[in-house]
Design a protein around this ligand. Structure first.
Ligand code: FES
Length: 110
C-alpha cells in the first residue's frame, strides 16, 4: 500500500474503570477509530490521502478521545463519533476542525 499523505492516530488505550487517569477507550475511542476509518473510505480518502490508525496512549488522557494528526503534528481532543464527518470533510477541504484542536496550553497541562 502507498504511503498516505496523513496518518490519524486514534488513542485506543484502555485502563481499568477504577483508574483515576481514565482512558480514551473508556470514552468511546474504538468507535471513533472505526467511524473515522469508514468515513475516510466512504470519501475515497483511504487509498492515498489518510489512514486512521489505532494508537497506544498519547499522554493526553484528560482530553480524550485524542487523535494525533501527522505530519501536520496537532492533536484533536474530546473527539466523539459525531465529530468524525467534520474531521473527514476537513481532510477533503484542507481545513482542520479548529474547535477540536488542543492548544499549546492544554498540551502543556497534559
Ligand atoms: S489514554 Fe488516550 S491519551 Fe492516554
Amino acid at each position: 500500500m502507498p504511503q498516505r499523505e496523513r496518518y490519524l492516530f486514534v488513542c485506543t488505550n484502555r485502563r481499568s474503570d477504577d483508574n483515576p487517569r481514565g482512558s480514551c477507550a473508556a470514552k468511546g475511542s474504538e468507535a471513533v477509530q472505526q467511524a473515522l476509518k469508514e468515513g475516510l473510505a466512504r470519501r475515497g480518502l483511504n487509498q492515498l490521502q489518510a489512514r486512521a490508525c489505532k494508537s497506544s496512549c498519547l499522554d493526553q488522557c484528560a482530553r480524550g478521545v485524542t487523535v494525533l494528526v501527522e505530519p501536520d503534528h496537532f492533536f484533536y481532543g474530546h473527539v466523539t463519533a459525531a465529530d468524525v464527518p467534520e474531521i473527514a470533510e476537513g481532510l477533503v477541504s484542507g481545513q482542520r476542525v479548529e474547535r477540536l484542536v488542543l492548544t499549546a496550553e492544554e498540551l502543556a497541562e497534559g
